[in-house]
Design a protein around this ligand. Structure first.
Ligand code: TIU
Length: 233
């Protein structure tokens, strides 16, 4: 068991029953010229999450934890894109239109894929989702249950949109979620604060909040404990 110093109280997890969830670290959100910028956003705020998320990703891989990535996007023929989502934002460029990194939020395009620093390796499931939540119209729930996962460590972008939509979905499906603050990013600092405050309010109504340093310390403690146990056997 590992114990993370978190709010509103300590978060306990075991390596075998916990997955690291990397939400939508796609070029389309974190780099200029993609979908995020097309909505009028300054993408530089999201880049801050990449370094801490990379440290957590490497540590979870080394610890043998399940790592699962998500990508928001649509089929090239846009047959899974609701009219409401396409038109929302009234932007000059819409989903499916050609941008600097290919067609916006279309599967198979350069901009739709995950940034190099956090790119999935063999064996790590990548869940393609048409909506904001990781569970809606995907096999996320099935993959997690087949692996016996009960607890989720969340990183990703953007905090108040796809990350906490997924945390809320996970909560209703019976998972415990821990969100790592510095591994998430929002285009709006005030929403970053508010979204995380909502997760941990009311005794952790949707889950827990911590940060990469506190999580990594707990992971290292668990690793030492398990290697100590192995040596004593
Ligand atoms: N616009 C915005 O903040 N986010 C999204 O549209 N998708 C995700 O958060 N991935």
């Amino acid at each position: 068991m590992a114990t993370v110093n978190a709010e509103p109280y300590e978060f306990e997890f075991s390596l075998g029953r916990t997955a690291l969830v990397m939400i939508d670290f796609q070029r389309d959100f974190v780099y200029p010229g993609g979908f995020g910028e097309s909505l009028g956003n300054d993408t530089s705020r999201l880049l801050r999450a990449v370094g801490p998320a990379q440290k957590v990703l490497h540590a979870c891989r080394a610890a043998g934890m399940l790592v699962i990535h998500t990508r928001e996007g649509h089929r090239p023929d846009l047959s899974d894109l609701p009219r409401a989502k396409k038109e929302r934002g009234n932007a000059p460029l819409q989903i499916g239109d050609k941008g600097a990194m290919g067609r916006l939020l279309v599967r198979g395009e350069y901009g739709h894929d995950i940034v190099d620093e956090l790119y999935p390796i063999e064996g790590e499931p990548v869940v393609d989702k048409p909506g904001k939540g990781a569970f809606y119209a995907t096999d996320m729930d099935t993959i997690l249950r087949m692996r016996g996962i009960e607890k989720l460590i969340f990183t990703g972008v953007t905090t108040e949109v796809c990350v906490t939509t997924s945390v809320r979905e996970a909560n209703d499906r019976g998972f415990d979620s821990l969100v790592l603050e510095d591994c998430t990013g929002s285009y709006f600092p005030e929403f970053q604060q508010a979204a995380l405050a909502m997760v941990k309010a009311q005794g952790g109504i949707f889950g827990w909040v911590s940060d990469s340093a506190r999580f990594l310390a707990a992971l290292e403690g668990a690793r030492r404990e398990s290697s100590g146990m192995a040596a004593a056997r």
